[in-house]
Design a protein around this ligand. Structure first.
Ligand code: PCA
Length: 322
């Protein structure tokens, strides 16, 4: 019922924006809570759009999956249930292999590499979205992904039988190769999943480790820096085309600024949130060489699997990256 009322209110807002002369109000659905740089960045982006249009174009940010569940955001934007939204790229992995590239372990493990991978894959990403009637506005990374566990992880045998949280099909695949069992859990549900025993391990950023208060459930953070996944902010193409030209420009300008700011925020979070994990009592450790070697070997296998699945386009993309 609550959801229905929200959606009814939303429909009114969208209709108003079409009939009114200038003033436009867009609802934006995002998956992550305010305590993440992505959401903070989006709020600033919305503020800049508003300022640039003298308050005429307003984007109302509904964070933390409060308006639409994460998994449903891509479809909501495609069908114009909302004109704009944010999603984790990897969550679309089952739709097209291009979205899986973003979560491949040990392909891009520092921000320079992540930027390169983004540049190399951007036009393919844009083309896929375009086919579905959407546009890529900008994309921002998370800090590198590390390992949260109750017991120390010294080699891959320690993953055997673990109940590993998964947030994408690629991460589920990794869990299976590690002989762990993957369970899909959205970031807002991490605390509950740990406390009810659905998961006992996860691979995510220090950002999410802090926002989910991981120290309440696990003691060890192994800084494996396995990959640097990204979120993307997407817009419905028709909704964009209907915008006043000056609003379109304001949106694109604010998006370019947000992208740059977001990458810087992610880099800063890598240090500050890792420190916060330690300050909260987590044992922050470097991985053993043995663990890294085995994980990287699995990463290589997964890249090969991916290239097979993604075909010629995928192979060309990977070789351009390398
Ligand atoms: N946090 C998000 C996605 C990647 C990350 O670092 C999550 O854990 O769901």
């Amino acid at each position: 019922m609550k959801q229905f009322i929200k959606m009814a209110a939303l429909t009114v807002a969208v209709c108003t924006s079409v009939t009114a002369n200038a003033a436009t109000r867009w609802d934006m659905a995002t998956p992550y809570v305010d305590a993440t740089h992505h959401t903070q960045n989006i709020r600033q982006f919305a503020e800049e759009v508003k300022t640039a249009t003298d308050g005429e174009f307003e984007i109302i940010v509904h964070a933390g999956a409060s308006l639409i569940k994460h998994k449903e955001i891509p479809r909501a934007v495609r069908t114009q249930q909302v004109p704009i939204g944010e999603v984790f790229i990897g969550i679309l992995g089952n739709e097209d292999p291009i979205y899986k590239l973003d979560n491949l372990p040990f392909l891009a493990t520092n921000f320079t590499q992540a930027k390169k991978l983004y540049e190399v894959s951007k036009s393919a990403l844009q083309a896929k979205l375009d086919k579905k009637g959407m546009m890529l506005l900008y994309s921002v990374p998370w800090p590198p992904q590390g390992l949260y566990s109750k017991e120390p992880i010294n080699n891959i045998a320690d993953f055997k039988g673990a109940k590993l949280r998964a947030y994408s099909s690629t991460l589920s695949r990794l869990a299976i190769l590690l002989e762990a069992s993957p369970t899909t859990v959205q970031s807002v549900e991490i605390p509950q999943a740990f406390s009810t025993g659905i998961i006992d391990m996860m691979i995510t950023s220090p950002t999410t480790g802090v926002s989910s208060q991981s120290w309440d459930y696990v003691n060890n953070y192994t800084d494996v820096q396995a990959w640097i996944p990204k979120n993307m902010v997407i817009v419905n193409k028709r909704a964009f085309k209907r915008l006043d030209k000056s609003f379109q420009q304001a949106l694109l300008t604010a998006a370019a600024t947000a992208e740059q700011r977001g990458w810087e925020m992610a880099m800063n979070e890598t240090t500050s949130k890792t420190q916060e994990l330690a300050a909260k009592g987590m044992k922050v450790v470097e991985p053993t060489p043995e663990l890294m070697e085995s994980l990287k070997a699995i990463g290589d296998d997964m890249a090969k699997e991916w290239a097979e699945e993604a075909g010629e386009e995928g192979k060309a993309l990977l070789s351009e990256y390398h």
